[in-house]
Design a protein around this ligand. Sequence first.
Ligand SMILES: [Zn+2]
Length: 452
Amino acid sequence: MIDLLNLPGITPVDIEQVDGELVIKANTLDSNIPKCPQCDKPMHKHGRRTNVFADTPMQMQPTKIEISRQRYRCRECKTLHVPELPFLDEKRNATKRLIESLNERCLSKTFSSLAEDTGLAVNTIKGVATDFIGHIEVNVRFETPTFMGIDEVMLAGDYRCVITNLGTHTMYDMLQHRTQDHLKPYFANLPDKEKVEWICTDMWRPFKRSFTEYLPNAKLVIDKFHVVKMASEALEVERKRYQSLLTKKDRLHVKKSLRWMVLKRPSELSPAETYELSVVRSKLPALGQAYDLKEAFYRIYDCKTKEAAQQAFDNWKAAVPSEMKGFASLVKTIHNHYDDIFAYWDAPISLTNGYTEAMNGVAKVANRMGRGYSYEVIRAKILYGKLARQIGSKVTVEPILPEEVEHATIGRFAFNKTLAFQTTPTKQKKTVVEYGAHIPTLVKMAEDGLLD
Ligand SMILES: [Zn+2]
């Protein structure tokens, strides 16, 4: 029989089809008679033992190997011994190569599809995945971001803290909770913490100042996204107040669209909405003014320098009527966080957590697929899934240093030291630097239904 198993120490003797599975019967090859570990005397054959192990699918079918192994016994002390087969994972009743291929796939395929492919129980797949995730968490290290974003997403029934690299648009980590009790020890134990130079987050984060004691070089920028959102919220306050003043006829005209219309930027308005806005302006000039205030506030972020932005804010503030309570309270909030908001113009790149916002879409898909998956598994699927991780990584190529040339070979010819200084070595070192899961790729995968 052809050795279709290609596993050392066993040979297939029969193959049959049982309930949609391929069952390959195999015997161990004769090995040396083992010695009793206690008496140091040769043991004696003592019947055979047969066990069934799951193997990688063959011919697109779940495959089992039924292995019959010689058993040995010591006549002196009655110790029983079954020679070990190194390719087996006895804990899982499976071959190691099956476990390895499950490790490869468990973050990108559903557990139930893997169970179907291999004939293993879903709970067994879950156990393999849990072990593998534990292994990744110990062994995979993403580069600590210089530009760090901190935000939150609703995932698997709770708000999770998402830590991103704003320079590479990758997700660096995800914490189970967003409380100080979780964040403080996290930052205290962060590797390469001196690398973090900027942190972008919203102004309500409870730990706001607490990270500074752990991250010596980090400066805080309040996320522009959260800042301008407050102008939209202030406009909402005015919109509700004035909408009730419209006549019944006018209200019919703008009722449905008014809320969304005023939240849009002028460039996002359709011609019909632009017209409706002009109707609003004529009927309710104060609401028109509130809309303009919102817009003027957004435009502060178009300023190229910090001084210009601060000047624009001062001008804007002077235009806010005191009766517009929403905007008046926005002025106060800006002053309370003034330095952290205007630090935006000190950062060498435009820092915003817009990418984390995109994670909400990914989380929505993950929550849908998430039935039956624990938070830990969903987190691992997002953070450690192969595709997004690969795209979020960088290959750096370094030339060989002269002192290393002695050991390098080019083609089939060994280099020697004398030659090394006459010729530039062409063989280069490649290292992959990992930054985490590429967020735009995650978003695309979620849209394409590839995230499960
Ligand atoms: Zn013995």
